[in-house]
Design a protein. Sequence first.
Lengths: 352, 56
Amino acid sequence: MTKLSCTIVGGTGYTGGELLRILNTHPDACVTQVTSRSRMGEYAHTVHPNLRSTPAGNLQFVRPDDVARSDVAFLCLPHGEASTQIERWAGLADTVIDLSADFRLRDHAAYSRWYGSAHPAPQWLDKFVYGLPELTRQQLKGARYASGVGCNATATNLALMPLVKAGLLDTRMPIISDAKVGSSEAGAEATDASHHPERSGAVRSYAPAGHRHAAEVEQMIGMLGGAAAPLHMSATSIEMVRGVLATVHCFVKEPVQDKALWKAFRDCYQGEPFVRIVKSSTGIYRAPEPKILSGSNYADVGFAVSNDGRKVTLLCAIDNLVKGAAGSAVQCLNVMHGFDERAGLEFTGLHP
Amino acid sequence: MITAECSECGGAVSFKSAPILHELIRCPECGAELEVVTLEPVTMAPAPTEEEDWGE
């Protein structure tokens, strides 16, 4: 079978690099073009050195204006650019997967509220399926357009989904999510704040209130028919390059014990290829831990219950660049085209 | 293969051979150490742990 040809639009960033790496070993898709406005003509491996002597690494960056038609376009553009260019990219590829935040929200008003301006292409919002297969697998099958996911939203969503689906949440009480995140969430562009003497060792509260990814969590709760609950999200950047650990505090309607939550998590994630329940009384890592997920598309989820059974702490660890971005995008591609959902994504991470 | 439910997490615990009363086995999902407390049906409870008597 001929492989799907894929274009990566905006290939010098970290998510573009991860798409190149993942698609290098994909049995049914390959990258044929990768764009850059700043590194035109250079080999991809000069920007992503792990790809030296690989098919994707040997591609040369082309100008966005010079892109030829392909089967798939992955858009890895800065915020706001995909939505203003969508007509062009949809004309150059049958399948478009946008990794930015531009098409994540179904509700135009919610987009305006969270992003501070009207959506540039609201007529496209309904055409995109939110790109989290654990939530939208049925809608993704056969779809032409999928959005990306927010990395911190994904960690929070995967932690919360079992309780929302099981109807266990006390929605009168707040849901509070804090994500500890790695420096790669800030992207590949250097700033004064990312200068090593400033960044190293810092514990940086970069979104202590009003994190935009809360919009995707509210949307998930609504999609599953859950009642709106007061939701608070924050993000803290720690000494880590890759990874997210979301710690979500919430309350349940009736007191629960561990076994009820085990059931809710199993009911939610039975058969999911990339979600693992990690709650162990033995072993080195007894709870979800992003360290061992670097480079992998797995999401590890877990929980703990307070002594009175009313307060539940949910945990989810992912690699922000993979399950939180490029890996979920390839997982979406697999679902959209009927491929094995694991194709290209079977790397299990590193230990130690 | 005989399987029984973990008393802690509800996961399936498999026995390679017929379980024996008071046999200890670890749940593959939650890691709890379990003791077989009845055979028909096979049920388990958390295995007793050594307790420190603090010299008393």
